[in-house]
Design a protein around this ligand. Structure first.
Ligand code: ZN
Length: 397
């Protein structure tokens, strides 16, 4: 399998300038992998052979074939890396159980379908302040703190909104003002982490939180029983393995398995792992306030061996955001050996963190290289299967 990394554009431009200053003949094989991005000419006698891609509103890549194909097509894969399903885990209430889960997940991998290992990731649902002491939840001992949240984010985990005050009672609360609880925690985490949230875990069973999550622009909420009537939770009644096609792309109110008894958790999640091959486009979600490390490790080992690199283990946000990306306008253009894919991100909501897309490319010539022309962080490809992955992520706002 051929894998080629392409460096960020600013580095590329610096490299191109440096190479130009020395000698074109000195270009090494590695430097030849640099995409042909040319800065606009300052001298009117020069022409630009490959025009720079016009603006910051497009992610553009260029696929190079070994010869001129008679035809080339590409479609976004249904799920990232062309996997057939996904699973998510989350810890509520700033639980430090997440830290122990992290130790196992960061050493367990699926692949991107191009030979690169990617660690399993999960999510932590956090509060803003304690409703009795008004202490900031991230500063209370034995809670996940801001530094740990940053570590999680940088490792590919997500942070979820679990309401500013967990309950409408106590010395400090916002009563039944769900919008304020969601918005003020959103603001607090933006201030402390420079991170925008895109999902909510309903605190206790208070209705109105899924509605508030949708209203602020999040892509999902989750709960064991509170869905405000949003799909897919009630259709059909379920909490284990389900069909992701039943979950609306713009906002989904997910059910989940929730256990603090890890014997129960292990039994139920292992059953879900056994069932995940029985549904179309399947997923399941599970959550807890804590962890039994031995049981968790057995669950993850069982997941990895049973799913054989076919199922993603990712935050729910990542699964939901992928579908937003795959719904964007995409243009395809074949010109000789070059096949350009241009993704229009102009109307993409600012909250979207994972701007990745995987393409299934079909042509009668093999892919020999993939270059970034605009915005992407990285590309990987598999010349045997025609899978091309485009990576683009926002981690700070
Ligand atoms: Zn809670």
């Amino acid at each position: 399998m051929l894998i080629r990394k392409v460096y960020p554009c600013n580095m590329l431009l610096m490299l191109i300038v440096l190479v130009g200053l020395t000698s074109c003949k000195k270009r090494t094989a590695q430097e030849k992998e640099i995409p042909e991005i040319v800065t606009p000419p300052t001298d009117s006698n020069k022409t630009v052979t490959t025009p720079p891609v016009d603006d910051k509103n497009k992610i553009v890549i260029e696929i190079i074939f070994e010869g001129n194909p008679t035809k080339a097509t590409a479609t976004p894969a249904k799920l990232k890396f062309n996997k057939i399903g996904w699973a998510s885990a989350e810890w509520d209430d700033n639980s430090i159980g997440a830290l122990k889960g992290f130790e196992k997940l960061k050493t367990t991998f699926y692949t991107d379908g191009c030979g690169n290992k990617i660690p399993y990731t999960a999510a932590v649902a956090v509060n803003g302040r304690n409703q009795y002491s008004n202490e900031e939840a991230a500063k209370i001992p034995n809670n996940v703190n801001y530094d740990q949240m940053k570590t999680f984010i940088n490792a590919g985990w997500d942070i979820e909104n679990h309401s500013y005050y967990h309950d409408p009672t106590g010395n400090y609360n916002f009563g039944t003002d769900r919008d304020r609880n969601v918005k003020e925690l959103d603001d607090l985490l933006l201030k402390n982490l420079q991170y925008k949230l895109n999902g909510l875990v309903v605190p206790t069973n208070y209705d109105g939180f899924p509605t508030a999550a949708k209203k602020i622009g999040y892509l999902f909420s989750t709960s064991q029983g509170t869905f405000d009537g949003f799909e897919p939770a009630g259709k059909p009644v379920y909490k284990n393995v389900q069909d992701f096609d039943l979950a609306p792309k713009d906002f989904s109110s997910f059910n989940r398995m929730f256990f603090d008894d890890w014997a129960e958790m292990e039994r139920n999640v292992k059953q879900a792992i056994a069932d995940i091959g029985t549904k179309n486009n399947p997923y399941f979600r599970f959550a807890s306030h804590g962890i039994d490390e031995a049981a968790f490790n057995r669950i993850i080992d069982n997941f990895q061996s049973s799913t054989a690199d076919k199922i993603l283990f990712i935050p729910t946000r990542e699964a939901m955001e992928y579908r937003v990306m795959s719904s964007l306008p995409i243009k395809y253009d074949l010109d000789g050996t070059k096949f350009t894919i241009s993704i229009d991100v102009k109307n993409l909501p600012d909250r979207i963190r994972w701007r990745d897309l995987s393409f299934l490319v079909s042509a009668d010539k093999k892919i020999t290289a993939v270059n970034i022309l605009s915005l992407a962080d990285k590309v990987t490809f598999n010349s045997t299967t025609g899978l091309v992955n485009v990576f683009k992520q926002v981690k700070t706002w």
